[in-house]
Design a protein around this ligand. Structure first.
Ligand SMILES: C[S@@+](CC[C@H](N)C(=O)[O-])C[C@H]1O[C@@H](n2cnc3c(N)ncnc32)[C@H](O)[C@@H]1O
Length: 258
């Protein structure tokens, strides 16, 4: 199956459950993205793979304008409903593929993407597209969950993620994400990282597919009980399987002389 079709099928199904999670995953989303963007936060912005528009709606009040961009129409409908409810009038909603952004070179002051790079078939291409559409001096934010720098643990972690959500491609080790940004041409990289504890059944519930998760539950319990952490702290606590997602929040600048 075409990968983008897999993404849109999956996020059409997940639109409601994912929107609930997206709202609560980061209580500081507006200040976090806004202060990292700096002056660019007041300019023309794009939220790539915006999903239900939580980041879009947090940035819009201070921006001149913002494009909410996503491949899944149900997600764009959620983003639109959120922005309309908030009385935001400077948001435009556009459907398409992050690897082929339908925008001119140097159109934006800031470009952000959250929790989406791991769904892209070619993340380097999407990062390079964000570089292309930024003006010289423009700022990009890449926020996503990363995987272990240990290749075996990274492979195991991503295999588990892919079984739960077939539109998952690969959570990158932090060093690989940074190197993709540099290869695209970005400079002045600044990163922050933090862990968010996950509870297995809550994480399963987002994909809304009990038949799919039933065999994965068995595998994950066996891994946790045998001490395989998958680089995400997979373990059993009080009879419950727990793990964490390690987030990376990477700010990168398109050089002014570009
Ligand atoms: C996990 S959600 C994250 C949504 C949002 N950025 C957030 O943080 O709440 C991933 C989103 O990426 C979108 N997506 C995945 N691959 C895409 C692509 N190649 N082009 C555009 N959107 C894509 C999906 O439709 C989905 O809405």
């Amino acid at each position: 199956m075409d990968h983008l079709k897999r993404v849109t099928d999956e996020f059409t199904r997940q639109a409601q459950t994912f929107a609930v999670w997206a709202e609560k995953v980061d209580a500081d989303v507006g200040t976090r993205f806004g202060s990292a963007l700096g002056e660019a936060a007041h300019g023309r912005l794009i939220d790539v793979a915006c999903g239900p528009g939580v980041v879009t709606a947090a940035l819009a009040p201070n921006a001149a304008s913002i494009i909410a961009f996503d491949a899944t129409d149900e997600m764009l409908a959620k983003a639109k409903a959120r922005c309309v409810k908030a009385g935001l009038r400077n948001v435009e909603f556009k459907s398409g593929d992050a690897e082929h952004l339908p925008f001119a070179d140097a159109e934006f002051d800031g470009a952000v993407t959250r929790a989406a790079l791991h769904h892209f078939a070619d993340p380097q291409r999407a990062i390079s597209e964000m570089f292309r559409v930024l003006r010289p001096g423009g700022v990009a934010i890449f926020a996503d969950v990363t995987s272990s720098e240990n290749a075996d643990e990274s492979r195991l972690h991503n295999a588990i993620e892919r079984l739960r959500d077939p539109s998952h491609v690969r959570m990158l080790p932090a060093s690989e994400l940074d190197s993709y940004a540099r290869q695209a041409g970005f400079r002045d990289l600044e990163a922050a990282a933090w862990d968010i504890d996950r509870e297995l059944e809550e994480w399963f519930s987002i994909v809304s597919d009990p038949a799919r998760v039933e065999p994965i539950r068995t595998i994950i319990h066996a891994l946790a009980e045998s001490g395989r952490s998958a680089g995400v702290g997979l373990s059993v606590k009080n009879g419950q399987v727990v793990f964490f997602h390690r987030w990376r929040f990477l700010k990168a600048v398109k050089p002014a002389e570009h």
